[in-house]
Design a protein around this ligand. Structure first.
Ligand code: SF4
Length: 221
């Protein structure tokens, strides 16, 4: 049964795309720097509306100042906000980080949960963060991480018509074979930062130019 009745991209194309992406980007890992599980969660919270590079510039001092989930939970809010200020939205992010840290200490004994249900029940943790955490920390795949690049590329590749991340993930889960879920998002992010940025689509240099329904080469646009 075709699970994508209104979309152009077919399963065989997905296989071919993944092959090309794997060939180009190889083994991938989360670009955020961390050394403890709770630090990854905090880094992902900070990465909302911010580049991974910026987060990686901020977290060394942050993780040196607050070393445990309990220290984050009890941190002075103003000091925490100052340390994360340059990642943007620092009031909300500080609140999320402290809510997450409190929940981690009080409900989970300091151990980051390894399942979607418990993760998304924690303050500051949405499906995107939960997916990253489960994949990176536990090698478990329960969904597909949808960030701004994945969202944009998914539309261009005709894998979804939606703009809402939850709906996009639902479409991707139907379209992308489970064996590809772990790497798919990172491959999309790498592509979205290189030849298919929000500002410019460089189809001439894109490895998916022969497979992408939005390719300007293919469409002769
Ligand atoms: S072919 Fe063009 S539109 Fe499609 S993913 Fe590549 S750069 Fe983007």
């Amino acid at each position: 049964m075709n699970l994508l009745p209104n979309l152009k991209t077919k399963p065989a194309q997905i296989d071919s795309m993944y092959e090309k992406l794997e060939e180009r980007f190889g083994a991938v890992h989360c670009p955020l720097t961390y050394s403890q599980p709770h630090e990854l969660c905090i880094a992902v919270i900070l990465s909302a509306q911010c580049t991974d590079q910026r987060v990686n510039l901020v977290t060394p001092a942050l993780f040196a100042r607050f070393k445990t989930p309990a220290e984050f939970a009890n941190a002075d809010r103003i000091e925490l906000e100052e340390l994360i200020h340059s990642t943007g939205f620092y009031h909300n992010k500080a609140r999320s980080i402290q809510g997450f840290a409190q929940s981690l200490v009080e409900t989970h004994g300091g151990i980051v949960p390894n399942n979607m249900k418990d993760l998304v029940a924690m303050p500051g943790i949405g499906r995107k963060t939960a997916n990253v955490v489960m994949q990176e920390l536990y090698g478990l795949v329960d969904g597909i991480v949808v960030d701004t690049h994945v969202l944009r590329l998914s539309k261009l590749l005709k894998l979804t018509k939606h703009s809402d991340a939850v709906k996009v993930e639902r479409d991707l889960i139907q379209a992308i074979p489970r064996k590809y879920w772990m790497n798919w998002s990172l491959y999309m992010i790498f592509l979205g930062r290189s030849c298919c940025t929000a500002r410019k689509r460089n189809c001439n240099e894109c490895i998916l130019s022969n497979l992408c329904p939005s390719s300007t080469l293919k469409n002769g646009a």
